[in-house]
Ligand binder design. Structure first.
Ligand SMILES: Nc1ncnc2c1ncn2[C@@H]1O[C@H](COP(=O)(O)OP(=O)(O)OP(=O)(O)O)[C@@H](O)[C@H]1O
Length: 244
């Protein structure tokens, strides 16, 4: 696995011989049927390389979340080619999609913590998708990553007893705990004040880089633009800035 340190310069050029983690070519996507059918993505090309932090920006409704959920294997690819972590998602079976999702860490605006599970249990839950990881190992790995995100003293707290920023850090820990090969984040700082939002993206950047996996983050938050190695800008379902 590629490793990097905090001294790694931002926007380090990606070696041209590095295989992309994500390659999309000619992706089109529509919602609805018949007369109500509306095309949302038009011929989108996108590449994401190991180790980079890429921001996906653009006005509301421009198709950012649709693209992110396609890459996540959460929607069927209708048209175009989309390779994620070596899998072609167009025409992929359910099992293949589950396999891809297992390798991806997701962070959403609403952190989606389960209110009846403790901080530690919310993170351990990820291993439900990894039956080869024992309960003891799941606990050990959850505790370790929660220490890393600064929540080692909140392991047994319930979500309603921690702050919004801490909840989002639990969500980051959950996204990273299984050693993902790609992190997809949709507006991870939207619900946070400036300081907490900054802490979350800094953490995401440094931890993601330590684990060597790329981050693709949808954001409207101009306060976090500086974490980007690259910005992909979308308008009306098209990428208007070069994708690579
Ligand atoms: N499940 C769906 N069914 C029908 N239309 C949808 C669906 N999901 C999204 N859309 C439409 O697709 C368009 C793009 O939505 P998308 O969520 O991808 O945009 P976005 O750029 O992420 O916007 P925002 O920044 O507001 O989250 C919007 O017009 C939206 O209404």
């Amino acid at each position: 696995m590629k490793t990097s340190t905090s001294t790694r310069p931002p926007a380090e050029p990606v070696a041209s011989n590095t295989a992309p983690t994500v390659t999309g070519r000619g992706i089109c996507h529509s919602f609805g049927e018949g007369e109500l059918k509306k095309q949302i993505l038009f011929d989108v090309d996108v590449s994401i390389y190991p180790g980079e932090v890429v921001l996906l920006t653009g006005p509301s409704g421009s198709g950012k979340t649709t693209l992110l959920t396609l890459i996540a294997g959460l929607r069927d690819v209708q048209e175009g080619q989309l390779y994620v972590l070596g899998h072609e998602l167009h025409g992929a079976t359910r099992d293949e999609l589950v396999d891809v999702r297992r390798k991806i860490g997701f962070i959403f605006q609403a952190h989606n913590l389960l209110p009846f599970l403790s901080v530690r249990q919310n993170v351990e839950l990820v291993f439900e998708l990894h039956p080869n990881v024992s309960v003891d190992e799941a606990t050990e790995r959850a505790d370790k990553i929660l220490q890393l995100v600064g929540l080692g003293d909140r392991l047994d707290y319930m979500p309603d007893k921690i702050s919004g920023g801490q909840k989002q850090r639990v969500a980051v820990a959950r996204a990273l705990v299984a050693g993902p090969q790609l992190i997809l984040a949709d507006e991870p700082t939207a619900a946070l004040d400036g300081k907490s939002g900054r802490a979350v993206v800094d953490l995401l950047q440094s931890l993601a880089r330590e684990q060597g996996c790329p981050v693709l983050m949808v954001t409207h938050d101009s306060r976090v633009l500086d974490v980007a190695d690259r910005v992909i800008h979308m308008e009306d379902g098209r990428i208007v800035e070069p994708a690579q």
